[in-house]
Design a protein around this ligand. Structure first.
Ligand SMILES: C[S@@+](CC[C@H](N)C(=O)[O-])C[C@H]1O[C@@H](n2cnc3c(N)ncnc32)[C@H](O)[C@@H]1O
Length: 281
């Protein structure tokens, strides 16, 4: 039996040797302790709780194998809400929390508390849809994905967060068109990594490829959405996209090509990168 401190130090060394960030060890143990209401900082020199040690030993090997910590834990936090995540869904990113913040502020400006319909295309874990509904109950929220496995996770997340969302399965806008659903706001964080781009192995090896790649120019799914948007969005509606930081010019041109009367605005993320695009029809 060892103390929490000893456990951290023995594994920090292994992480360093493998070129992985040693801080991960403490962060992982901290999360496990929280689940058992143990305060790691107060108990740092106490013997490790057996239940925590068992979980730690199982998980640490996966972390040493470069698997993202949220998959090992089985959950992630997004906009203050807890979401189940597994190999079938992308781990929601902090940039996407900024997208949710932008949508909520623009909703206040354009719709001023009115009841409106919103859809989240490519919902994955349901992060965007669920956070929007939790923050603004006047939104009637639809969420769709091509992956039935992802939808299973998203539905469970909606249930766990006590949140009413209508889920649809299908490719891009097809399920909305087929069911004659019209919305005021369309939001999507579609797969946008270029197929030729090299990405971190922890992402490539563990996150679902259907959630990552957006064709040779990264624009495949934006094109599909923009081409069909007029079929499901109200004439004065809004579209919000998360985008690759290097897609600003191309995506603006694409929006103007398909929706020539619209106003297009790009917003930067906290790291000063072009990250969100808003289209006012
Ligand atoms: C970048 S992930 C975004 C997930 C989630 N919205 C988020 O922001 O964390 C893209 C999502 O699009 C889904 N997807 C990929 N191709 C699709 C398609 N043709 N139609 C609908 N969804 C698709 C993937 O399954 C994945 O869940």
């Amino acid at each position: 039996m060892s103390t929490y401190n000893e456990l951290i130090h023995s594994y920090r060394k292994q992480f360093k040797e493998k070129g992985l960030p040693p801080e991960t060890v403490k962060a992982f143990l901290f999360e496990l302790c929280n689940d058992y209401e143990v305060n790691l900082y107060l108990d740092i020199d106490k013997q490790v709780d057996k239940r925590i040690e068992d979980k730690f030993m199982k998980g640490i090997e996966r972390l040493l194998n470069n698997e993202p910590m949220n998959y090992v834990l089985g959950y992630s936090y997004f906009y203050g809400y807890r979401f189940i995540v597994n190999k079938d869904v992308l781990i929601p990113r902090p940039e996407t929390e900024e997208l949710v913040g932008l949508i909520l502020s623009q909703y206040d400006e354009y719709y001023k508390g009115r009841k409106i319909k919103v859809c989240d295309v490519g919902t994955g874990s349901g992060a965007i849809a669920i956070a929007l509904k939790k923050e603004e109950d006047n939104l009637e929220v639809y969420a769709s994905d091509i992956s039935s496995e992802a939808l299973t996770v998203a539905k469970q997340n909606a249930l766990n967060n006590n949140c009413e969302i209508t889920f649809l399965e299908g490719s891009m806008l097809e399920p909305y068109i087929d069911n004659d659903i019209k919305v005021d706001i369309l939001v999507s964080n579609p797969p946008y990594i270029k197929t030729v781009e090299t990405i971190e192995s922890s992402v490539y090896d563990f996150e679902p490829h259907v959630a990552l790649f957006g064709g040779s120019d990264g624009l495949k799914f934006y094109r599909e959405i923009l081409e069909n948007a007029h079929k499901i969005i109200a004439p004065d509606g809004l579209i919000f996209f998360e985008m690759g930081y290097d897609l600003k010019e191309q995506l603006t041109d694409l929006a103007k090509q398909y929706l020539p009367e619209s106003e297009v605005k790009v917003f930067k993320d906290i790291n000063n990168k072009d990250r969100m695009l808003m289209i006012k029809l």
